[in-house]
Design a protein around this ligand. Structure first.
Ligand code: SF4
Length: 481
């Protein structure tokens, strides 16, 4: 997701989606949704909704006062012996990390799963300088070994079956691996243990930054987060500026929401709290605060709510589109509904303007989102910006479609024009009509019918509406008799 990213063609990527990837994805998301539903039911629906509301309010409050809380973080981290660096974009963030590594002659790094490090393309930059970065989260370890990118923000390897992972371990690690999850985990553990002990630097992201004490909060289920941030002599955390929250009370609320939404558990196995340099830990702590377009998003009154995201992945698990195409179709670090909002917002050009259209707007994502982000509303807003040629201006929307959208707005706003349009539509559609459908339309309208038939104009809406109004009036009259 750097400035060099190529334009994302979701339609083309979806066509090329591997059926095996899609099947494995559906299998994993089904399990995740089942576990989430059970743990939320146990919590109680009413309490859960109250918790979601509280989570939304906390995140909104933090975003509204971002400048104040970020200044607080800087002050507290510095007072605790750490260093704070500000990166305006991906390139600056990479240069800061590379500079720190080069100055300290770092050769080997252990990494905690971090979407932000994916966002800034950190691993290829480290490799180009001859620095080996080991992903230590099991899913990340698997995709790194396979030379792939994560296909889900919380379960990077959810598109692979255990048989595929076993075959990968046999090939890349030169071992005899069976497709048994516990055994595969043990192989990865043995492979990574010496890297934890020998690493010159640990790199992490962060789930939250607690402003009142300048504390970095990292949640993991494997303990790799704690090892990576305590054994190496230097710890560098690269964190998006939107991750700041006011206080520990806020953290308690958000942790309850996060654990249940990510893994269907009451709490994650490890919650690691790091405040600057601590006794017995790394001698240096560096916090890189990354903007990379977030300030720009904040200026958009509708889209800014995308920054409330706590990266739980629940919207992806429930999304019918994500489940039909898998994560790779989104061609970016963030996939599913959150990717359809964040990727175009972060890229800020015509590179990903098609992603907001990768949604049925069914609203399942918003129903599950633990911090109540109005995802369909934001997607509609981004579509509008795209069609109107805002920052998402792209040659892929022909002028005629834009003109037709404007014409549609005028016609739908006038009962007379609507009636006339319906009559004309019925006349023009006659040669194309097959039953209730228009299976193929002439260009450029065939952009729709290439993927699915268009329903034919039925007519009679005004008559139906008139009759219905009369029926309602009659029923009301009877009620009052
Ligand atoms: S948008 Fe909501 S549901 Fe989706 S990852 Fe973010 S917090 Fe989770």
């Amino acid at each position: 997701m750097t400035e060099k990213t190529a334009r994302i063609d979701f339609r083309e990527n979806s066509r090329n989606a591997s059926p095996a990837v899609v099947a494995a994805t559906q299998n994993s998301t089904r399990t995740a949704l089942r576990k989430r539903a059970a743990v939320v039911a146990e919590f109680g629906e009413e309490r859960w909704q109250e918790l979601r509301k509280a989570g939304h309010e906390i995140r909104m409050h933090a975003l509204t006062h971002l400048d104040r809380y970020l200044a607080m973080v800087e002050e507290k981290v510095t007072a605790a012996g750490g260093y704070v660096h500000w990166a305006k974009d991906a390139e600056e963030a990479r240069e800061i990390v590379l500079g720190l590594a080069t100055e300290r002659s770092v050769r080997s790094i252990v990494k905690v799963k971090s979407m932000v490090s994916e966002e800034i393309d950190l691993n290829p930059a480290l490799e180009a300088r001859g620095i080996r970065a080991y992903e230590t989260d099991l899913g990340e370890f698997i995709v790194q070994l396979a030379g792939q990118r994560p296909s889900h923000i919380t379960s990077p390897a959810l598109h692979m079956t255990k048989e595929e992972v076993a075959a990968l371990f046999c090939e890349k690690l030169g071992i005899d691996a069976c497709p048994i999850p516990e055994e595969l985990t043990e192989h990865a553990r043995l492979r990574l243990r010496p890297e934890f002990l020998n690493a010159d630097m640990g790199i992490s992201g962060g789930n939250f930054l607690i402003a009142e004490t300048g504390t970095l909060l990292i949640v993991t289920n494997e303990g790799n987060g704690r090892l990576s941030t305590s054994l190496p002599p230097v710890h560098v955390a690269v964190v998006g500026i939107e991750k700041v929250i006011p206080d520990w009370e806020s953290a308690a609320v958000l942790l309850k929401l996060l654990a249940r939404s990510v893994s269907g558990s009451k709490i994650t196995a490890y919650s690691t709290f790091i405040t600057g340099v601590r006794e017995g830990g790394p001698k240096e702590f560096h916090l890189v605060l990354l903007d990379n377009g977030r300030s720009r998003i904040l200026a958009d009154k509708v889209a800014r709510e995308a920054l409330l995201c706590i990266r739980c992945g629940a919207c992806m698990n429930t999304c019918p589109v994500y489940n039909q195409v898998g994560g790779y179709a989104y061609g970016a670090v963030y996939q599913g509904p959150i990717g359809s909002m964040l990727t175009p917002l972060l890229l800020g050009t015509g590179l990903a303007g098609g992603l907001p259209f990768a949604s049925t707007l069914c609203g399942a994502c918003a129903e599950l989102c633990p911090v109540m982000i109005p995802i369909p509303e934001i997607l509609l807003h981004l579509r509008k910006r795209f069609v109107e040629g805002d920052t998402f201006e792209s040659p892929s929307v022909p002028g005629i479609l834009k003109a037709m959208a404007k014409l549609g707005r005028i016609v739908l706003g006038s009962p007379t024009l609507y009636h006339l349009g319906g009559r004309l539509g019925k006349i023009f559609q006659a040669p194309l009509r097959r039953g209730d459908w228009l299976p193929s339309l002439p260009p450029p309208l065939n952009r729709w019918t290439m993927a699915r038939p268009f329903p034919a104009f039925q007519g009679g809406f005004r008559g139906w509406f008139k009759n219905r109004k009369a029926a309602v009036k009659q029923a009301e009259g009877k009620l009052h008799e």
